[in-house]
Design a protein around this ligand. Structure first.
Ligand code: ADP
Length: 599
């Protein structure tokens, strides 16, 4: 770092100093010694020689303070900052961003040279011997021996290290060897010249200075991956980075910081063009350090799979266990849900099958029951059909006889035919009703007239018996009570109850054979009662009345009443039996809900 020529600034600085005193006169921190810590990377003597002019200038222009130069290596500068023993720091950009992160330094100015931007002032050059035609670009250095200043050297190593990384050569692993041979940098150039190493990394402008001083011939060396930067006077292998900053610490008196900044910015350029300007942007330096994962970004080295595992293994182990547990739990839950769903589906299917089976067998039973009712009643069917057939025969023979006798009048033929047609219709009606009743069919719900059904049932039963009992029907049902039901099923219930009532009085005196049917509405329920004066039932028999296969008849099945009960309950109603309140015999009642007629 060449910062000579400050002495010549002093006369000019005097003027600026007086001006700043005028502008910023303050009593704060007066007389206090201000320590300026400098990173003396080239040794104390070189550093003192470089920075004494600046100290003198500051003492000159800010005489109320006493500025003192402190030369440090990187570690002692760190310690001094930690002990708050220095107020201002001058160091290279890389070292600055490290201290900035650690101690909260803030730059107040950046060093500049005439004709070179402060933001683009430092670069590196990678040299090989002039006759090494096999080495042209940085990537050619893979597997080669390279010399540099030190692992921390900003221009003497780090800038080139990043470019090597960019060209695919990791300086930490892809070189055959990297030799850090320290300062002065001339030693590195000499090592290249002597063939001790294949290449050397030095700060930009070092070779040009050696050429100027006669220590090197331009043809002796060649630059790898040379690049051009506007207005930069030296050969480069890397981009350019900002120059050295001067920074204040968190404890530095802000008034002092402001005075120093003002003094520095007001400092005229020295004869060799060195001066201070507004603080440059050090982001490129941050990017460099982040990429190399050093300084404040050294922690990134830990963010490798191995680093992470080494650092966070207890957490990772815990997370792994949690993950495995979660996966096992999820799979288990999934399996349970799967199994349970299958079980539910199976049981649902089984239930559906069972219900279907039950429906089918119930329909089958109902059908059988209807046939059985018919079977019992149809003992008299032949007799019943015989009546119209006999009448038909009688009329036909009468017509033939009168024809033989020759007294067949058109009126007689007409009367006979009318009677024959009427009797045939009657017989057809009986057959039709039986067929309709016996037919197998699916249940439907429709409005039914219970009284009308009672009349129909009476018609059917009475029509099939030689000596039918008297069946009296009383209808007290209001028009507003409408029953929704499957009429053949209700008809079947009615027939069963009427048949049982007839059976109950069959062996008794004719006055005990009469049956009464009452239809009425009670509390929005339609009630139909079948009352007989038959043999009745004892209480123990009553208790089993609706159980399947309970019968007191020799030829009985004991299925009629259970089926009737099932039918009525399927309609949302009830069927029950009580002794006849008016005398001997039984009263069977079923109830069905009334549905209001739509307005
Ligand atoms: P089944 O008529 O084939 O015996 P039911 O289930 O229709 O089958 O009747 C069962 C039993 O209930 C009958 O055997 C009879 O003992 C009794 N029962 C039914 N209705 C009456 C009634 N009105 N009076 C007396 N007993 C009756």
């Amino acid at each position: 770092m060449n910062v000579v020529g400050y002495k010549k600034i002093l006369q000019l600085g005097l003027f600026v100093g007086l001006a700043s005193l005028f502008c910023f006169g303050s009593s704060q921190a007066l007389g206090k010694t201000v320590a300026i810590g400098v990173f003396a990377y080239q040794g104390e003597r070189a550093s003192t020689s470089d920075w004494t002019p600046l100290i003198n200038y500051l003492n000159q222009v800010l005489p109320e303070h006493s500025f003192r130069l402190e030369n440090h290596d990187a570690e002692s500068l760190r310690r001094s900052l930690a002990d708050q023993r220095i107020d201002l720091v001058i160091t290279n950009p890389g070292h600055y961003i490290t201290l900035e992160a650690e101690f909260g330094l803030s730059r107040i100015a950046t060093l500049e040279s005439l004709g070179v931007s402060a933001a683009k002032a430092l670069g590196s050059v990678v040299l090989v011997r002039g006759d090494r035609m096999d080495l042209k670009v940085l990537s050619d250095l893979a597997g080669k021996r390279v010399a540099a200043v030190s692992p921390e050297g900003f221009g003497g190593y780090l800038l080139a290290a990043k470019e090597l990384l960019h060209s695919g050569v990791d300086p930490e692993s892809d070189l055959k060897e990297i030799l850090f041979i320290g300062l002065p940098m001339n030693k590195i150039v000499e090592a290249v010249q002597q063939g001790k190493v294949d290449a050397g990394i030095v700060r930009a402008c070092v070779p040009e200075q050696m050429v100027r001083e006669g220590q090197l011939k331009p043809a002796d060396i060649r630059v790898l991956s040379p690049r051009q930067e506007n207005q930069f006077p030296c050969a480069l292998s890397t981009p350019l980075y900002p120059n050295w900053p001067i920074a204040v610490t968190k404890q530095t008196d802000p008034v002092l910081a402001k005075r120093v900044a003002h003094a520095l910015l007001s400092m005229p350029l020295a004869a060799d063009g060195i001066g201070w300007t507004v603080p440059a942007d050090y982001q490129p330096v941050h990017d460099l350090y982040r990429e190399l994962r050093i300084g404040p970004y050294a922690y990134l080295r830990e963010i490798t799979p191995e680093g992470l595992v080494r650092r966070f293994w207890p957490w990772l182990l815990g997370a792994l266990f949690a993950l495995v547990a979660w996966i096992v739990h999820t799979i288990r839950v999934e399996q349970l849900v799967h199994r349970r769903t299958a079980q539910l589906r199976d049981s649902f299917n089984a239930r559906e099958q069972a219900e279907l089976g039950m429906r089918e067998s119930q329909e089958q039973m109902e059908h059988l029951s209807r046939l059985s009712v018919l079977g019992e009643l149809s003992g008299n069917l032949a007799h019943e059909l015989n009546q119209p057939l006999t009448t038909i025969g009688t009329y036909a023979r009468t017509v033939l006889r009168r024809q033989d006798r020759g007294n067949l009048t058109p009126e007689a033929i007409s009367e006979a035919c009318t009677q024959i047609a009427s009797e045939a219709e009657r017989a057809g009606g009986i057959v039709q009703r039986i067929r309709h009743f016996a037919k197998k069919r699916a249940a439907v719900r429709e409005p039914v007239d219970l009284a009308h059904m009672a009349h129909e049932a009476r018609h059917l039963v009475v029509g099939m018996m030689a000596h039918p009992p008297e069946v009296q029907i009383t209808n007290r049902l209001s028009e507003h009570c409408r029953v929704l039901a499957d009429s053949p099923q209700i008809q079947q219930v009615l027939l069963n109850l009427i048949k049982n009532a007839i059976d109950a009085g069959r062996t008794l005196a004719p006055q005990r054979q009469g049956i009464q049917i009452i239809v009425e509405a009670i509390d929005n329920w339609a009630h139909l009662q079948v009352i007989d004066q038959g043999c009745g039932l004892e209480p123990p028999q009553l208790a089993h009345l609706f159980e399947p296969f309970f019968t007191t008849k020799t030829d009985g099945l004991g299925l009629g009443l259970p089926i009737c009960k099932t039918i009525i309950e399927a309609h949302g109603g009830r069927l029950w039996a009580t002794p006849n309140a008016e005398g001997p015999g039984m009263c069977f009642t079923f109830s069905l809900p009334c549905h209001d007629l739509p307005a």
